[in-house]
Design a binder for this molecule. Structure first.
Ligand code: GLU
Length: 581
């Protein structure tokens, strides 16, 4: 593994950019180098792929001792909250896409954070009505939404788990008490964030040494507070988090944040609910690509990209054809234009879910791509819809932090889960051994444009629009791929690119993950630095694209389910590991 940490400077963002959400433009978590690329892992019975070896091992121990995929999910999430604390944990939110082999059904759980009931649509605006600067909004209490991850873990476990809840939390409790070795990636990210971590004394004393310097890789880090929190959840169930002592501690921390207090109250925690929702499925070349519907834009936007390229012979053109990338890049721009206009929390806004994936609508939009150069302009379309509310395009940014894991168990149950605290280290507020999210900055900072409301504006109790795209691909009624990634709004491109690589170009999961990342959201084509893609830049430029060679920070963890067994891949851009038997 290349240990050198190559952290790129995160762009500073001023006022919101039109047609683009503030968080959309940013990478939530910096890159920390590319490990050596390896071959896919193969197994017969079960498999797990996560972003951290200790988390993969915790899940593998459950799977090898007769636990199912949901049991393993609980153990993995508890461990990730300890060893990859900047990316996900008890203080954040998550989406689970789950295939239940016994009933042959696919469902999703929405554990997204919610806006406090006291929030208004000016939450991220200055006194003069301007959008706040991104980090002014993120750091402190203002950005913290009601966490959903603990309740998602418990809800999934109550519905489908088979091992004892306490036993699933025990390995993370033990590891928190014995200590774990700070990984090179975590050390690099701490070093890059010292000033922000110093704003919270609890975060500073955990992530920085007594001398105020960032903890180096290899430090043995203990987290007795996290062990105590998990022990409380193990003994008293998830109510211990949403009511009583822990809930009071969270609300007090948010409301008492120096300089940037927030609104989250104990009533918000007490009222939190995980919502079971229908998956959103899009047809693509005899597959059903199923993922998370609103409040995530993931399932719909991945589905639109695939639907827009379906009329073109991407398989025949192959991965080396510049025209393949022109089509994928411009399909993505069209899908992002619709995303910015129409997608938000569908419990608050009438999102045309069916219309956005309507075959005639997509076929019409796909005809725009029948050309040889890039589209000069990508505007939202007019999907069929029952109500015709008018929305302005939204302006929010997403920096990639977050983690994705995929699990297949002995019985054929499949978990595809993306889990987050939003920005790397979230709001930087630490309480009871875990970090609180800054998920509310996934809302549009601007509530209206020229008097027209933005669909993804802040409203009390609403869930901010996400880009997370945990996906299960079905073929002939059976799951064949579990995939997903972190990466802010680039998640959508990372997932779409991997599925195209596997379905059209017959790559295995590791080959698909290893491909240089190529993502186009709003016009400029992002190409991965340090890869042969540097050569692609002039070719795309000749077609009229603006290109941007940059560090790209996917964290794809993919399992393919074939007639001959399971094939898994982990992203060399993070510290992941596949284990199977
Ligand atoms: N907060 C982002 C979202 O929900 C995820 C951030 C990331 O992946 O890094 O879309």
């Amino acid at each position: 593994m290349r240990l050198a940490v190559t952290i790129s400077a995160i762009m500073a963002f001023g006022p919101a950019v039109s047609a683009q959400q503030t968080t959309d433009a940013i990478s939530p978590e910096s890159t920390t180098g590319l490990a050596q690329r390896t071959d896919a892992v193969r197994a017969q019975n079960w498999m797990i792929s996560t972003a951290n070896p200790l988390a993969s091992q915790a899940g593998a121990n459950v799977l090898s001792r007769g636990g199912n995929a949901i049991d393993a999910m609980v153990a993995v999430q508890a461990m990730l909250g300890l060893v990859e604390p900047q990316s996900s944990g008890l203080g954040g939110g998550a989406f689970l896409v789950y295939y239940d082999a016994r009933t042959g059904t696919l469902t999703t759980l929405d554990g997204r954070e919610t806006a406090p009931m006291a929030a208004t649509d000016t939450l991220f605006q200055t006194a003069s009505g301007e959008a706040m600067k991104f980090y002014d909004a993120v750091v402190g209490g203002r950005s913290v939404g009601t966490p959903g991850t603990p309740m998602l873990m418990a809800t999934a476990h109550q519905k489908w788990g088979q091992m004892q809840w306490q036993n699933l939390l025990a390995p993370a409790i033990e590891r928190a008490e014995l200590g774990f070795s700070v990984s090179p990636r975590l050390a690099g990210l701490i070093a890059n964030d010292v000033d922000r971590l110093k704003t919270d004394p609890a975060a500073a004393s955990y992530f920085l040494g007594a001398d105020g310097n960032p903890l180096p890789a290899g430090t043995l880090l203990h987290n007795p507070d996290y062990a105590a929190t998990l022990r409380d959840l193990a003994q008293n169930g998830v109510d211990a988090f949403y009511h009583g002592d822990i809930a009071h501690a969270i609300a007090a921390k948010v409301q008492g944040a120096t300089g940037n207090p927030g609104l989250l109250a104990t009533d918000d925690l007490a009222g939190y609910q995980v919502i079971e929702r229908q998956p959103v499925c899009a047809s693509y070349r005899a597959h059903e690509v199923c993922g998370m519907g609103p409040p995530s834009s993931g399932g719909l936007t991945v589905g639109q990209i695939l639907g827009l390229i379906e009329p073109y012979d991407i398989a025949g053109m192959g991965p080396d054809s510049v025209d393949s990338w022109r089509l994928i890049g411009d399909a993505s721009r069209l899908a992002f234009a619709d995303r910015g206009r129409y997608i938000a929390d569908s419990d608050f806004v009438d999102v045309p879910v069916r219309g956005l994936l309507d075959p005639d609508y997509l076929a019409d939009r796909a005809r725009l791509l029948d050309r040889t150069t890039t589209l000069p302009d990508a505007q939202p379309g007019n999907p069929p819809r029952t109500h015709a509310a008018r929305f302005a395009d939204d302006t929010s940014i997403e920096f990639p932090s977050t983690s994705h894991f995929s699990i297949v168990d002995d019985w054929g149950n499949v978990v595809s889960m993306t889990t987050t605290i939003e920005n790397g280290f979230g709001s930087r507020l630490m309480v009871r051994g875990f970090l609180l999210n800054n998920e509310l900055t996934d809302f549009s900072f601007e509530s209206h444009a020229d008097g027209v409301p933005v669909a993804n504006r802040v409203e009390p109790g609403k869930r901010p629009r996400s880009s997370m795209a945990p996906t299960i691909v079905m073929k002939d009624g059976k799951p064949v791929i579990a995939a997903g990634s972190p990466g802010g709004s680039r998640i959508i491109g990372y997932v779409a690119q991997s599925l195209i690589a596997m379905i059209d170009w017959q790559m295995d999961p590791q080959q698909a993950i290893n491909q240089p990342r190529r993502v186009n959201r709003f016009g400029p084509y992002d190409l991965e630095a340090g890869t042969p893609d540097v050569d692609l830049a002039p070719k795309l430029a000749a077609m009229g694209f603006k290109t941007n060679v940059t560090d790209l920070n996917s964290g794809l963890h993919i399992i393919e389910i074939t007639e001959n067994g399971l094939i898994g891949g982990a992203d060399p851009r993070r510290e992941g590991l596949v284990i199977g038997e």
